[in-house]
Design a protein around this ligand. Structure first.
Ligand code: GRF
Length: 199
């Protein structure tokens, strides 16, 4: 299966997926919307094709998304992975990749959609927090859930400490979700993702 990974920055989730060396998965390209994304260097060093589609060079979301889709489609991906990709995508873009577009979100969805999830979890006083890998649908952070991991919130946690505790699990569950999809075990039934043999 051909996989294209989209990043915006550090790229540690992309790195975890690459390092997992999933049988049957070929990382065809890593694409960033920011020219200075640190993750691009890691991808290039692994011999993976990289590209930048800089959102600041486009007048609106539709034209950026069209350019992004064109760059992605050169690699004819079976799966497009949003790994810390920090742009909201148009519904046209989402529809084009429906069922083969996944994202990682740093909260236990449906709690804390959107930005600053760790800060908001601390402010809300939740005792359990975590991360979710889900299919992307037109509504932000709302698509079918493939896998989640929960972590405790500890007394004295600040945003950085909580983010670090969650990140360890992001690096575990994201490759797991990709593996399940590559193995053909994930289906969507009435808006709910099912993983054959996993639970
Ligand atoms: C991750 O915490 C991801 O869940 C969030 O942004 C962060 C990206 O980190 N959306 P990285 O670029 O994968 O290191």
């Amino acid at each position: 299966k051909s996989i294209v990974i989209l990043i915006s920055g550090r790229g540690s989730n992309m790195e975890a997926i690459v390092r997992a060396a999933i049988p049957g998965a070929r990382i065809a390209a890593v694409i960033s919307n920011r020219p200075n994304a640190a993750g691009l260097a890691f991808a290039a060093a692994q011999g993976i094709a990289t590209a930048v589609v800089d959102h600041s060079g486009y007048p609106d979301r539709a034209s950026f998304d069209a350019a992004l889709a064109e760059t992605i489609d050169r690699h004819t991906p079976d799966l497009v992975v949003l790994a810390g990709f920090m742009r909201v995508l148009t519904s046209d873009f989402v529809r084009r990749y429906e069922g083969r577009l996944i994202n990682i979100h740093p909260s236990l969805l449906p709690s804390f959609t959107g930005l600053h999830t760790h800060r908001r979890a601390l402010e809300a006083g939740v005792r359990v927090h975590g991360t979710t890998v889900h299919f992307v649908t037109a509504e932000l952070d709302c698509g079918p859930i493939i896998i989640q991991a929960a972590v405790p919130v500890m007394d004295g946690d600040d945003e950085a400490a909580l983010a670090a505790r969650v990140l360890v699990h992001e690096h575990r569950i994201f490759p797991q979700a990709v593996r399940w999809i590559v193995e053909g075990r994930v289906s969507i039934d009435n808006g709910v993702a099912r993983v054959a043999g996993a639970r």
